[in-house]
Design a protein around this ligand. Structure first.
Ligand code: V55
Ligand code: FE
Length: 483
């Protein structure tokens, strides 16, 4: 059968979203403004979706698409760039067939019969650098190991057989102080199962502890939060119905009449020790951080008072109105018997892709970094919220430009919290091209200390990770907390 490669006439595939579909290697990017700070030495890895082929059903949604890994290697005032496809099983099968073989997002019942039983993962969401391995992640599959220098795909990775879950989260936390990897799997025994497993993996890559428990329904659990004593899992009423997917329907449905439930899991405990909290229907993709102080558990996240993914309908098949992501603090009191969580807005204007100085994940912290001021025209900027004073500092590239998720890099391993640089990709929407900016994280308003020009467009990536040169060599982060 002859099938021409032609993408449908859809806004999902036009303008900035036009498929790139090519790999780039660009040594020594041009620094068009300022200078790369001398201490900036390491690699910034990012992951995003790219269209290998038009979807079989014309159902291109932005969280689908094959994984593309991007690397920016900073060294001696220079930046080298490279991007490569992740060669997942799915990517290889489609490349061989020269067409899309997988159907609707995560729905294996809509796949071409020729790929029955094949792994579905796209490895398109995030990366983690841990125990000397770079892993590309998608929450419905196991990680794919990537060569950090060449970005060649090494293979699907199950931690040497230690992991029994069928998938691993795309939002693990590497503790930059202890070098532990805190991660989890949800629907961990397959589609629509309620099994969740929380893993603690040591600096040597060995599983140190795992806690299995059941969530109240087969939820989407895109992100979680950890503290030195607890793991916190939000379960939003975004659910998988096995019968619906068997009939070719959407993998998730939003249930506006169901609650939000939050599990506070003691890291040393078992399923019986979990404390459950409840509130109204909400959704969220991304957590900023969580802190436990006495009996109070605080979870800061970009919360939607409704359905965060309008391309997933309600359980009644209805479309939902878009709602903004609002940085909100949920408080769970381990001493109260009400079992309800409280909500408090931390920032009035919408923001997404919240990040911390990663040394302070789970620990008392002051600063959050995020994308803010999102306009309908795609413009946005980076922000630094001071949670002590409530002050928001921002920098935006201006008209016809937006930013992607920022990455904080400490100035030194022992720099105070938030003292360092903020890296961000700038989408030059009118030039079909990207820039990379380096900002002083304590003085965003001064504008970039360096602007690095890319000769190509880096189509929107989701998430990334910073690996200092030292960590690339040793496999270990050598970071410190400073009071
Ligand atoms: C999210 C993102 C995903 C996904 C499921 O932001 C949820 C939430 C990037 O892919 O597959
Ligand atoms: Fe995410």
């Amino acid at each position: 059968m002859v099938e021409t490669v032609r993408f449908p006439d859809s806004p999902m595939l036009q303008g900035w979203n036009t498929p790139v579909r090519s790999e780039t290697e660009a040594r020594d990017l041009e620094v068009v403004q300022g200078a790369i700070p001398a201490g900036l030495d390491g690699a910034w890895f990012r992951c995003g979706p790219e269209w290998q082929y038009p979807n079989r059903f014309g159902q291109e949604i932005f969280i689908d698409g094959e994984g593309m890994v991007h690397a920016f290697r900073f060294e001696d005032g220079h930046v080298d760039y490279r991007c490569r496809w992740v060669h997942t099983q799915r990517f290889e099968l489609q490349a061989k067939a020269r067409r899309s073989l997988f159907g609707r997002y995560r729905n294996r019942y809509t796949n071409d019969p020729s790929v029955e039983g094949a792994s579905m993962g796209t490895a398109n969401t995030n990366l983690v650098w841990h125990a000397g391995k770079l892993l590309a992640l998608k929450e419905d599959d196991l990680p794919y190991e990537i060569d950090p220098d060449t970005l060649a795909t090494i293979g699907r990775y199950d931690y040497g057989g230690q992991v029994k879950a069928v998938s691993m989260s795309a939002h693990p936390k590497v503790d930059w102080i202890t070098n532990e990897l805190l991660t989890y799997s949800y629907q961990a025994k397959g589609d629509a199962t309620t099994d969740v497993v929380f893993y603690v993996i040591g600096a040597d890559g060995r599983v140190k502890n795992e806690i299995w428990f059941d969530m109240p329904w087969p939820a989407m659990v895109h992100d979680f939060a950890v503290t030195p004593t607890h793991a916190i899992f939000p379960f939003f009423p975004m659910m998988t119905d096995l019968e619906v997917i068997k009939q070719g329907g959407p993998y998730y449905q939003y249930h506006p009449d169901k609650p939000t439930r939050i599990a506070v899991v003691p890291r040393g405990g078992t399923a019986e020790d979990i404390r459950w909290f409840e509130g109204p229907a909400t959704t969220a993709g991304h957590m900023l951080n969580a802190v436990v102080t006495g009996s109070k558990v605080e979870l800061d996240l970009c919360l939607y008072q409704g359905n965060c993914f309008p391309f997933f309908p309600t359980d009644k098949g209805e479309a939902t109105a878009p709602v903004p992501p609002i940085l909100t603090r949920l408080t769970m009191d381990l001493e109260s018997n009400s079992g309800e969580f409280a909500q408090k807005v931390l920032l009035g204007a919408p923001c997404e892709m919240p990040r911390t100085d990663d040394r302070y994940q789970g620990r008392p912290f002051r600063y959050g970094f995020m994308i803010c001021m999102r306009g309908a025209d795609g413009t946005s900027g980076v922000g630094r919220l001071d949670l002590e004073t409530g002050q928001l500092a921002t920098w935006a590239p201006g008209a016809n430009a937006g930013v992607q998720e920022p990455q904080f890099v400490p100035r030194r391993p022992d720099a105070p919290e938030g003292d360092g640089w903020l890296l961000a990709l700038v989408n030059r929407l009118d030039q079909n091209r990207s820039d990379l900016v380096v900002l002083d994280a304590q003085d965003l308003e001064a504008g970039p200390v360096a602007t690095v020009r890319l000769p190509v467009r880096v189509r929107s990536t989701f998430h990334g990770v910073w690996a200092p040169a030292e960590a690339l060599k040793t496999g270990l982060y050598d970071m410190q907390l400073v009071a």
